[in-house]
Design a protein around this ligand. Sequence first.
Ligand SMILES: *[C@@H]1O[C@H](CO)[C@@H](O)[C@H](O)[C@H]1NC(C)=O
Ligand SMILES: *[C@@H]1O[C@H](CO)[C@@H](O)[C@H](O)[C@H]1NC(C)=O
Ligand SMILES: *[C@@H]1O[C@H](CO)[C@@H](O)[C@H](O)[C@H]1NC(C)=O
Length: 166
Amino acid sequence: MDLNYVTRIPCNSTLFHDFHPSNSTRKAKISKQNCCVSLLSIFGIGLAEHLKKTTLFQLPNLPTSVSCLHDFHSKLDFLSLLNDVVSLCFEPTQFVITPDLFADLGDLMACDTCLHTGNKVHSRLMAIDGNHSHGTDCFDFIVLYATGIANEFGPESDGTVTCAFA
Ligand SMILES: *[C@@H]1O[C@H](CO)[C@@H](O)[C@H](O)[C@H]1NC(C)=O
Ligand SMILES: *[C@@H]1O[C@H](CO)[C@@H](O)[C@H](O)[C@H]1NC(C)=O
Ligand SMILES: *[C@@H]1O[C@H](CO)[C@@H](O)[C@H](O)[C@H]1NC(C)=O
């Protein structure tokens, strides 16, 4: 990820200076939360760029995540932060693709779960959209996403084909 945008963000560093990790008062917890939410918003811009380029919401592995967070930390240098807020707020694993996001759809249980989840996503999206004539397209897009992206074995794998015919 290219994190150079970080240094261009007009950011109020007071938010981060108020954060005292050794302090467990209620006020300190709130300032930690505010600090971490703001940091996630800033890091999230990079994750959104990554999503746009790769169609993946998360990073491929732990070393990548560790290295991105390290880079993020150094880009925040201009804020002269007192603490390593990046490692206090984030666990590198939280940005890594977890294997349970994927399942081989050839397993009929997984296929069924996938279909069930697809139906749930479909009803939510249709409730938001409100136009029932988009129903079929909407379901097709969900299926394309599930087979093409959420499924690590790819659309042409035996598992995907088995699921499609099941
Ligand atoms: C930064 O935030 C603090 C506390 O919320 C506020 O008092 C200050 O005016 C802000 N500074 C700028 C430049 O917005
Ligand atoms: C903890 O927070 C309280 C209230 O903001 C402050 O008075 C105190 O100095 C803080 N202690 C430390 C160790 O930061
Ligand atoms: C519903 O979607 C169809 C197809 O895109 C469109 O022609 C129609 O105008 C939409 N209806 C409403 C109420 O937006």
